[in-house]
Write a protein that binds this ligand. Structure first.
Ligand SMILES: [Zn+2]
Length: 138
């Protein structure tokens, strides 16, 4: 089976940012629930692990970058809006709550974004794209 034309990095990142398969753009991609995922994309058959033992480490790194980025922006905006009387305790409580919620909210997106980065660095070979068997009717 010939490999599909390679999407641009911008297309793959935008697909990954909305939890779609970065390669084919299918919105069913990998996640069957917020945390539940299956091994392969339900459309193009690309495995989300891509035979990388440390794929989850890359996804966790993307999740950490997003979370820390939002915390840093949150600190900057909070301090800028409340100067000169900065309510430090309230800002810390808000940021801790945000730092606990954001990783949960961006969990699936961190996987699809990391896969977009992985695909940009190493496009899939033709044998990685194995369309799944159609499910029997009924
Ligand atoms: Zn796909």
């Amino acid at each position: 089976m010939p490999a599909a034309p390679r999407p641009s990095i911008a297309v793959m990142l935008s697909r990954g940012a909305v939890r779609r398969c970065p390669w084919c753009g299918d919105r069913r991609a990998y996640f069957t629930g917020w945390f539940a995922k299956q091994e392969r994309c339900r459309s193009c058959g690309l495995s989300w692990r891509r035979d990388d033992v440390g794929f989850e480490l890359g996804a966790a790194t993307v999740n950490t970058i997003i979370t820390f980025g939002l915390v840093i922006v949150g600190v900057g905006v909070s301090v800028a809006l409340t100067l000169p009387e900065v309510p430090v305790a309230e800002i810390i409580v808000g940021l801790v709550i945000g730092a606990l919620l954001v990783p949960v909210v961006v969990y699936p997106v961190s996987y699809t974004l990391w896969q977009a980065i992985s695909l940009a660095m190493r496009p899939p070979s033709a044998d990685e794209l194995v369309p799944p068997e159609p499910s029997p009717p009924g």
